[in-house]
Design a protein around this ligand. Structure first.
Ligand SMILES: [Zn+2]
Length: 64
């Protein structure tokens, strides 16, 4: 999943700090927008991240 777009910042609103997260490391696109690992929908719901598993379409990088 490599787009040619510039890497986005996490747009999660930290209510207690009255600011957006703006974290840039490890940010991925979710339905709710770009999120850093600490603010993914799963993390906010205290659920484990969906992990690639059997049936998951992974493109493995293997030396051929
Ligand atoms: Zn964040």
């Amino acid at each position: 999943m490599n787009d040619d777009k510039p890497r986005p910042d996490c747009t999660h609103w930290i209510g207690t700090e009255h600011r957006h997260c703006r974290e840039g490391d490890g940010v991925r696109q979710y339905l709710t927008g770009p999120r850093c690992p600490a603010h993914t929908p799963a993390a906010l719901a205290s659920r484990p991240e969906p992990q690639p598993g059997p049936g998951w379409p992974i493109h493995r990088q293997e030396a051929t």
